[in-house]
Design a protein around this ligand. Sequence first.
Ligand code: ATP
Ligand code: MG
Length: 227
Amino acid sequence: MNEILNAMNIHKSFNSGSEKIDVLQGVNLRIEEGDFISITGPSGSGKSTLLHILGGLLHPDKGDVVLEGKPVYSHPDPELARIRNEKIGFIFQFHHLLSDFTVLENLMIPLLIKGFSKKEASHKAMELLRIVDLENRIHCKPKTLSGGEKQRVAVLRAIINQPTLLLADEPTGDLDFEHANTILQMLKNIHKERGMTIIVVSHNRRVAKIGKKIYNLIDGRLKENEM
Ligand SMILES: Nc1ncnc2c1ncn2[C@@H]1O[C@H](COP(=O)(O)OP(=O)(O)OP(=O)(O)O)[C@@H](O)[C@H]1O
Ligand SMILES: [Mg+2]
């Protein structure tokens, strides 16, 4: 199998007042095309920090991530930004939708950038919005949505371009049971039908069970877990 991502000896600390918190202390993780893994661990254990580092969004103090054979941090290649934009879909824990645009526009923008026509983009976006029960919210701005509604839009935005690698940070954290199931089923489907490689982060064991391989983030390191 082709290796997509390889994180080697990742270290990250933060300064909080006079105290230094060593969040990641030598994380190693190798992901192959078609993998579906989850990372679990208590709140504050460093799951989001790790996912941001894997996605090229946060510089580690030590170690590097190799994405499709290219080092992300030690010798960044100008090509890397393009690879990242094209290949990685990111579902952020705190959504990060574009506040000046409507729900429909937030979903259409990645498609328009990719060269789809307005009509195609709107059709595709509407198709997904219907699945997650948001067809009547399409003209709303994100600030008028509930947390769970924003989260559903954020999930759709990350997958609409069919990225090769999906990094999902607590993708159902704000959702009720039914909508959480819809989203988890959606992730399972895109993994199965399109072979999308997925990393899901969640402190919720029910969500973490979706992964074919489950890792625990404990004391700054990943340990493979039998659940
Ligand atoms: N920018 C920052 N500055 C200082 N401390 C930070 C920063 N980002 C994260 N931390 C600290 O690092 C630790 C790990 O945070 P992180 O957000 O990665 O945890 P998490 O496992 O995702 O938690 P949760 O399950 O609550 O989302 C926490 O103690 C947090 O306070
Ligand atoms: Mg987090």
